[in-house]
Design a protein around this ligand. Sequence first.
Ligand code: HEC
Length: 465
Amino acid sequence: MVLNILLNIDSDTPSDIILFLGRIHPLVVHLPIGFLLLAGLAEISTKWTKFEPIKAFVQYIWGLGVIGAFFAVLFGYFLSLSGDYNEDTIFWHKWSGVAVLLFSLACYYISKKQIKIPFYGKSILVTIVVVAIFYTGHLGGNLTHGSTYLLEYAPNPVRQLAGLSKKAIPRKKVTVLDSADVYLDLVSPIMNNRCVSCHNEDKKKGDLNLTSFSYLMKGGENGEAIIPGDPNSSDLFRRITLPTTHDDFMPTEGKRPLTDDEVAFIGWWINNNAPSRGYFTALKPDKEMIDNVSRQLGLDKNNFLREMVQSPKKEIIDSLSNQGFILNLLMKDNYFLEANFSLSEKKLTMHSVESLLQIKDQLIWLNMSNSNVTDGNLEKIGRLENLIKLNLSGNKISDNGLVHLEKLKNLESLNLFNTEVSIGLLAVIPKLTHLRTLYLSESNATNEIVSELQKGSEKLKISFD
Ligand code: HEC
């Protein structure tokens, strides 16, 4: 064909101009769809006297539709040459697209020549065009979004009509460790969050599908991804433990890597023969793995808040008040406390910081804003392990003091506004696994430090400008 020679289509990789035009296809297709549906509608409406005047224009609408359909088909053909699509679907999409073009050409001709066809011939033709448009469009949608896209959220009866399985019932959030299923609650969420965007039914990179246990075990183009009992021979484990810059590292394209906890857990699971189901605790995990999984499931979080704490002795409360702390009870039926020194007229001493340790169990919020806190004081504050909120803004504290805060595992909010902390944040903040809010404006942190911290945790909100 002349066209083939002109555009050099026969070579294995189509030229850039072909691929460029091909990618315009999804844009161009909407024009003929609009024109042809409008032409069909106009055909019907001219049956009413009120709309008779448009009769003279109908042929031009068909004409525009035909021109649009021609380019849609041509560019669609170019796009199909890229070879990125499911062949079966492409076949039907292509030929029903061609049918739209041919039948609409026929409609144009009949409309132009005012030909009368017996037995509702014209209405049948118009109907064919409309049906073919919807069918072609539907297959086109499947090609770009995958065949499950349209009905993903449809009601179950509709899905069953289309021969799809019922929607999976989402797993209930695990609230006690003993109820956690090793695959469904642990392995599967990791794969879903980090891997299935590239390894699913429609997009099977490396011919590997990670959407179910059986697919996972089937492996990919290089064979098995997991060798039960042997993490070190498992390609999947090898890839998630490589240096992130390695070509084989997963996930690729700079997507967020698995956390250390997740990697260690996957290794442990493979080592325990990679079971498809069963309770996590039934596999006799050691303390380290229990802590790991509790962290992943968020079960370690503020567990202590469920327990009753004793009211601190009156002498202790009085002595703290005398030193300038304002204490508030935070709950009606328990004795968790807030301590605030920020409004105090008194001078902060090492002794007063140390006295806070007497209410260590009860103290969950601490406000030491603008209180002349020093790096030395932070050693004591770092021992207040139940702290959930800590405000240190407006103090001359630096990385040297910051290191002492790494033991505050329950901390959810940390205010370091207007302090001298900087690069030391990188060593401490990632250890505060429950931290959700971090204030760093007017500190010595830089944009690079902040973006590095942000990379480490998607849940952390950093306020910095
Ligand atoms: C951004 C896309 C992307 C993401 C996300 C991704 N992968 Fe991949 N994966 C690929 C590509 C592309 C290949 C094929 C090239 C290669 O073998 O390196 C591949 C190949 C693999 C293979 C080898 C399959 C075989 O037999 O050749 C394994 C195993 C794998 N990925 C595991 C994972 C795991 C586990 C995750 C999640 C932590 C993941 N991938 C996330 C793109 C991705």
